[in-house]
Design a protein around this ligand. Sequence first.
Ligand SMILES: [Zn+2]
Length: 83
Amino acid sequence: MAETSKIKNRCDVCGRVFPEGQGIVLTVDDEVVTLHSKRCAVKFLRAVIDKLDPTASKEAIKKVKKDFDEILRKRLLSTGKKI
Ligand SMILES: [Zn+2]
């Protein structure tokens, strides 16, 4: 087993080491966040939101909600379903 030649990621939340290609890797500018599971990702993102200025994060959240809302609408239209 060429275990040592594999690049390993370390979860920034719980410290678990996991192989590259697994888990969730978030990149913001030059900051890389490696998270081994969805659970750790949620934990991390909640903490990030807590650290942000509420006025700024509120605007970002509104925009993201709107983007997902548009995706949902398009998906509903493409499947021909009517609300
Ligand atoms: Zn983790």
